[in-house]
Design a protein around this ligand. Structure first.
Ligand code: SAH
Length: 201
């Protein structure tokens, strides 16, 4: 999976590649789809949600530019897989999920597997999680109708926010960086995510 789907598509950060090799992706996939755990695509995880394609997990992780000392916030815990990957790349990970069933099962699994620097929270990620912020990096794993202002507020100076944003019929993966009090935006390309719900919708 890592050589063919990830390295060959241009992900070279050694720490990201190592995290993708280390985390047992099949344990985050429901038994019915487990044979496909290392396939090159997203898979259903119940409640109408999906675990992202391995390449997208790697791309987003790399673009967060993590060196190991960061506090990271994830919106959309889902299966907990992306949170497990982040836990190997940063110091502390907070992950918010809005569906109670997914929150509970991800919290239990991450605990069982010993990812002790991940805190799974129930809530609406549109609001971020102010209590434990600010964060050096924030990742949103569901497509947002607009950039939630709370997430920009909860970034440190120099902090990175990576998220898919809906623009017309398309979803664009964006990286926003807080730099000298301004926000610098980069477009990382087209993606396909389940929708971010909640907020003021
Ligand atoms: N990162 C996940 C993929 C999750 S799919 C993984 O590795 O498996 C997107 C997730 O975002 C779903 O679980 C969905 O319930 C959740 N979600 C959608 N809107 C949300 C919101 N406003 N706040 C928190 N989670 C949300």
């Amino acid at each position: 999976m890592v050589t063919e789907q990830i390295q060959n598509r241009g992900i070279h950060d050694e720490r990201v590649l190592h995290a993708l090799i280390t985390v047992p992706r099949h344990l985050f996939i429901p038994p019915a789809y487990r044979d496909h755990a290392y396939d090159d695509g997203p898979l259903p995880i119940g409640q109408g949600q999906t675990i992202s394609q391995p390449y997208i997990v790697a791309l987003m992780s790399e673009r967060l530019e993590l060196g190991g000392d960061e506090r990271v916030l994830e919106i959309g815990t889902g299966s907990g897989y992306q949170a497990a990957v982040l836990s190997l790349l940063a110091k502390q990970v907070y992950s918010i999920e809005i569906v109670p069933e997914l929150m509970s099962s991800a919290r239990e699994l991450l605990g069982q597997l010993g990812y002790d620097n991940v805190t799974v929270l129930l809530g609406d990620g549109n609001l971020g999680w102010e209590r434990d912020g600010p964060y050096d990096a924030i990742i949103v794993t569901a497509a947002a109708p607009h950039i939630p202002p709370a997430l920009l507020e909860q970034l440190t100076e120099g902090g990175r926010l990576v998220l898919p944003v809906v623009r017309g019929e398309e979803q664009h993966l964006l990286r926003l960086r807080k730099q000298d009090g301004r926000i610098v935006e980069e477009n990382l390309g087209l993606v396909r995510f389940v929708p971010l719900v909640g907020g003021d919708l």
